[in-house]
Every structure is written in structure tokens, then in C-alpha cells.
Design a protein around this ligand. Structure first.
Ligand SMILES: [Zn+2]
Length: 329
């Protein structure tokens, strides 16, 4: 699998991508897959564990998934550029869009939940079968529920919107539209002696999911500052564990006779490459815009003077204006 890496510091590198296909899990017969006995075993376990995790933790039935559809000799090559990946990913809207993206770039690279976890009888363990936990473990994968893809597409859109409001020195109201604070009492310390009941504040997406527990020294801050803190923590959590650091070329300095070694970053996981691009766009202080097509409204990173996230949205908005125009006649 050594060549199954996404380069992050270099552009226009040729990489191998394994074939991927969309499956309806009900019709998946693992024995008939031509993927080799070892992969077959991993495929069976992945499908089982995802299915159990989703039904216990989210009360959702696993239906559609993407899976590896062959071995290394069936792989194709693409010229990979990390730059721009985030715009492409955040605009996947339909299952067909996702399928096409995965066939181009590969699977995201998220480990299936552990057997111990999904077969546990403990309700405490069941409580960990939430998207926030189980959709976020980088690892080699042969099978990924489509819900996992939709979850991350939504996550990057939320992060883009949060970045947009916290970088503009917005009012607290705009931050409130995206995140909210809830108070819980419980035992939150990690050491045994810290395990006394206390009230703590937690940051949630207003859409519903938990993001993090607010540190004590952040509790009195403004929503804008809490939003900035949350943004940095969310990004850090998605990048950690995904990015690998390597050694590139030896660069000699003739005048001092010294040398340095250039740094090369890469990742085996497509999802980490996507979050890395997002992180770089934010570090480059890029502007975020909201698509002018009312039925779309997605955030996007603008390169030139653009009002719409895509040509499709531009045309749709144009047709809409024309339709409105003819209505008033
Ligand atoms: Zn759009």
C-alpha cells in the first residue's frame, strides 16, 4: 500500500486510486466479491460493524455504502492536487456526486467501529456509537457508509460557515446561529480524584451535535471568542492523526557548507487531505462566500469575482431570475 498516499506539500503528483463502487448493502454478497480472501474478511467485518453501530447508536439502517471494487491491479492513476479539494468536497450534494468523487479520488479512509464496541452490552459503550466518535478514526478502509460521507460534507460546510462568521469580527448573534452553549452536570475529570460532580459548559452545533467541552477559562468569554476557539479545536481534531511528516530533498548551502532537509507532508487518508486543504485555506486567510443561488446557499472559497459556487448554480439562478421576470409581465 506504499503508493496509496496523498501528497500534501507537492502538486501534480501521479497517484494510484483503487476502484470504488456504490452498493446497496442489502444486496451485497461478500462471497461474490472479487477482492481476495483477506479483503473479503475485512469487508464482511466492516459491513457488519457499521450496520450494528448505526442501528444501536443512531437508530439508522445502513443502506448505501461505497466499497472497494477490486485489487491493486485494477487501480487507475490520477494527477493529484490537494489544493481545491475542499471546494469540490463541500459541494457534493447527491449520492451520485459522492460516488463520482470517490471513483476519482478513492475512499475517505475511516476505520470501521471495533467489534468489542458494537457487540458490547454496556449502555456506556453504546453512548460512544455517535457520528462524532465513530466517523472520526482515520484508518485503512474498504467499506464506508454513505451517511459517513454526508456527515463529513456537512461538517466541512459548518466549519466554513463558522470561519466566515468568526473572522469578520461578527456580532455574537451571527455566531449564535451556528453554535450554542449548553450546561451539563456530571463527572468530567479524567483522573479518579477529579471525578466529582460539577457543572460544565459544552459547545454544540445549533444543528444538534456536540463539538467540545469548554475549558474553564473560556467560560466568561464572548461568543465570538468561543467561536474562534471552537473553530481551531474542530480543525485540530480533524487533522490530528491524519497527517504524516516525511523527509524530502537534501538542500545544500554552498557558502556555509551546511544543508537542510525539505519537509514533505502526505497522508494515506483522503479525508485528512480534505481537512488539510480546509486548514490551509483558513491559514491563507481566504474569503468565504455564500452561493448566490437561493436553492443552494453553500459556502465556498472564492478565487476570482464569483457570485455562485458552480456553473450549475449560476445557470440555475439565471433561469430563476428569468422565470421571475416573465411572471411579472
Ligand atoms: Zn451553489
Amino acid at each position: 500500500m506504499s503508493d496509496y498516499q496523498y501528497p500534501l506539500t507537492e502538486q501534480n503528483i501521479v497517484i494510484n486510486v483503487y476502484p470504488v463502487e456504490l452498493v446497496n448493502v442489502k444486496r451485497l454478497i461478500v462471497e461474490e466479491e472479487q477482492v481476495g480472501p483477506a479483503t473479503e474478511e475485512i469487508l464482511r467485518k466492516s459491513a457488519n460493524n457499521w450496520s450494528k453501530a448505526m442501528s444501536i447508536g443512531m437508530e439508522r439502517e445502513l443502506s448505501l455504502a461505497l466499497k472497494l471494487a477490486g485489487s491493486e491491479r485494477d487501480s487507475h492513476q490520477i494527477i493529484f492536487n490537494n489544493d481545491g479539494l475542499i471546494n469540490e468536497f463541500s459541494h457534493l450534494k447527491t449520492v451520485e456526486d459522492i460516488e463520482a468523487f470517490s471513483q476519482k479520488y478513492g475512499l475517505l479512509g475511516v476505520n470501521p467501529p471495533d467489534s468489542e464496541q458494537v457487540n458490547s452490552k454496556s449502555t456506556l459503550v453504546w453512548a460512544t456509537l455517535q457520528p462524532y466518535f465513530i466517523y472520526n478514526t482515520y484508518g485503512f478502509s474498504v467499506f464506508e457508509p454513505i451517511d459517513l460521507w454526508f456527515w463529513h460534507i456537512n461538517e466541512v460546510r459548518q466549519i466554513l460557515k463558522l470561519y466566515d462568521v468568526v473572522r469578520k469580527d461578527s456580532s455574537d448573534d451571527r455566531v449564535d446561529d451556528l453554535i450554542e452553549i449548553k450546561e451539563h452536570s456530571g463527572r468530567f475529570g479524567s483522573l479518579a480524584e477529579d471525578r466529582t460532580t460539577m457543572d460544565r459548559y459544552f459547545v454544540y452545533w445549533t444543528e444538534g451535535e456536540l463539538i467540545l467541552m469548554l475549558p474553564k477559562d473560556m467560560e466568561e468569554r464572548s461568543m465570538l471568542e468561543i467561536g474562534q476557539y471552537t473553530l481551531s479545536k474542530v480543525l485540530a481534531s480533524h487533522i490530528s492523526g491524519g497527517i504524516h511528516l516525511g523527509v524530502g530533498e537534501l538542500i545544500r548551502n554552498p557558502s556555509t557548507k551546511g544543508f537542510k532537509v525539505s519537509e514533505r507532508r502526505y497522508t494515506p487518508y483522503l479525508l485528512a487531505a480534505i481537512y488539510y486543504d480546509l486548514w490551509q485555506k483558513i491559514n491563507d486567510d481566504k474569503n468565504i462566500f455564500i452561493c448566490g443561488n437561493k436553492s443552494c446557499g453553500l459556502p465556498f472559497i472564492k478565487s476570482r469575482r464569483k457570485k455562485y459556487c458552480s456553473d450549475a448554480c449560476k445557470q440555475e439562478a439565471y433561469r430563476e431570475r428569468k422565470r421571475k421576470g416573465s411572471d411579472t409581465l
